[in-house]
Design a protein around this ligand. Structure first.
Ligand SMILES: [Zn+2]
Ligand SMILES: [Zn+2]
Length: 67
């Protein structure tokens, strides 16, 4: 699969990741890794894990996210 964001530039760059939001295949240049808080429900209420997970998004979806 080739990078979706490279396609408009008539480039065929091999994709290394998939945007978790829109599902577009992304090359390393267009893939944006963002930290994601992991929430685990334990009994009453929620607790957040100290380690942040990884979230891969395309540049479009990354720009639309608040953090
Ligand atoms: Zn690309
Ligand atoms: Zn996306």
């Amino acid at each position: 699969m080739n990078c979706y964001d490279c396609a408009p530039d008539h480039a065929t760059t091999a994709a290394v990741a998939i945007c978790r939001n829109c599902g577009a295949a992304l090359c390393h240049q267009h893939a944006q890794a963002a930290p994601q808080t992991v929430v685990r429900v334990q009994g009453v209420g929620q607790s957040t894990l100290p380690e942040m997970a990884r979230r891969i998004m395309c540049t479009i979806c990354r720009g639309a996210q608040p953090a």
